[in-house]
Write a protein that binds this ligand. Structure first.
Ligand code: PLP
Length: 379
């Protein structure tokens, strides 16, 4: 099995699992209980908070643990209702957890929504950003790196525009964290979301950075955990896991150029052996992500064929009631439909090996050739 779907989720690192284990079997107290087991759990949570803060260049007091990236995003975005400034600005390539939520708030008339487009390379158009962000803007929500293409957005420049107009900045760093530097100070972020399962922590734990002096509305009320922002007994083992994963990621950041070298090799192999294949996204990109379109083929058929050969990748196009539709991201980039529907995302991790890349390249070349031959016969 070769796993090239790490933007979907990652394997829990062995060190992370080892760090979590005692919090199931020994330190299983409630972190708010004033006895020894409670104190042990509390210490584990606070250590993890410091480790996550270090990954983001933040202070521990600015980190709130959540259940996932979607929840972190929702906490910020749902807080903007009821302010005298009503405008929220996002890009056209945000993750659905941002895009759908803001669109539904706009449809209900709770906010005024402005959308900044991207160019053919997938990068945000700064002129459009400058035109969209004004004195009526309360919040600008921009992802640091795009999940389908890996394209890295000029967040610091957009944040500077927002600052000029007194607007706040939310950064969805779910795909960027642990792959490139994510620093809330250099980005100019007021709020920033991450998700553990994207960087070798377990599923079901995320974090939100909230700049000191600011706050968000809790999504629900209760025991007042997490500075009153996220009630409910903390998922201690998972939180300890995300802390360990943050520490490991920081130590491994200097290995990311090796990941980029392997990703580049995969792209080169595919482009040189397969006709009518193209890479989506250009300019600064995450080191691990390759979005490759096989013109004329349907992405779900390619992914199924690769799966049969033990290679896990993901379709960048959605299959709705039998018809394959280009993804919203490919549409936003202006990728022609016959190219966009054949888009497959290959996403590496720091554990992906050179050998896996060579084997994967051969499988992709063979399966795409077979699918194209089949398409010719069926014509
Ligand atoms: N934001 C981005 C950019 C993502 O890629 C994802 C997940 O793919 C999310 C948010 C949502 O994260 P989660 O799955 O932890 O809710």
């Amino acid at each position: 099995m070769i796993y090239l779907d790490n933007n979907a989720t990652t394997r829990v690192a062995d060190e992370v699992l080892a760090a979590m284990q005692p919090y199931y079997s020994e330190h299983y107290g409630n972190p708010h209980s004033p006895h020894a087991l409670g104190r042990a759990a509390h210490d584990g949570v606070e250590r993890a908070r410091a480790e996550v803060a270090r990954l983001l260049g933040a202070d521990g007091s600015e980190i709130v643990f959540t259940s996932c990236g979607t929840e972190s995003n929702a906490m910020v975005l749902r807080s903007v209702q009821g302010s005298p400034r009503r405008k929220v600005v996002m890009t056209s390539v945000e993750h659905p957890s941002v895009r759908s939520l803001l669109q539904s708030m706009a449809d209900r008339g709770d906010i005024e929504l402005a959308v900044i487009g991207v160019d053919r390379t997938g990068r945000v158009d700064l002129d459009q950003a400058a035109a969209a962000i004004d004195d009526a803007t309360l919040l600008v929500s921009v992802m640091q790196a795009q999940n389908e293409t890996g394209v890295i957005h000029p967040v610091a420049e957009i944040a500077a525009l927002a600052r000029k107009h007194g607007a706040l900045v939310h950064v969805d760093a779910v795909q960027a964290a642990a792959k490139i530097e994510v620093n809330v100070q250099t980005l100019g972020a007021d709020f920033l979301s991450i998700s553990g399962h994207k960087f070798h922590a377990p599923k079901g734990v995320g974090a939100l950075y909230v700049r000191r002096g600011l706050t968000v509305d809790p999504l629900w009320l209760g025991g007042g955990q997490e500075h009153g922002l996220r009630s409910g007994t903390e998922a201690v083992p998972s939180i300890v896991g995300v802390g360990a994963a943050a520490r490991l990621a920081l130590e491994a950041l200097d290995r990311q150029p090796d990941v980029a070298r392997r990703r580049d090799r995969l792209e080169r192999n595919v482009l040189t052996t397969i006709e009518s294949a193209s890479v989506n996204g250009a300019g600064p990109r995450l080191p691990n992500t390759a979005s490759i379109s096989f013109r004329g083929l349907a992405a779900d058929k390619v992914v199924d064929a690769l799966d049969e050969r033990g290679l896990c990748a993901s379709a960048g196009a959605a299959c709705h009631s039998g018809a394959v539709e280009p993804s919203a991201v490919m549409r936003a980039m202006g990728v022609p439909d016959d190219v966009a529907i054949g888009t497959v995302r290959f996403s590496l991790s720091r554990y992906t090996t050179d050998e896996e890349i060579e084997v994967a390249s051969a499988i992709i070349a063979g399966e795409v050739r077979k699918l194209r031959e089949k398409a010719l016969v069926n014509r």
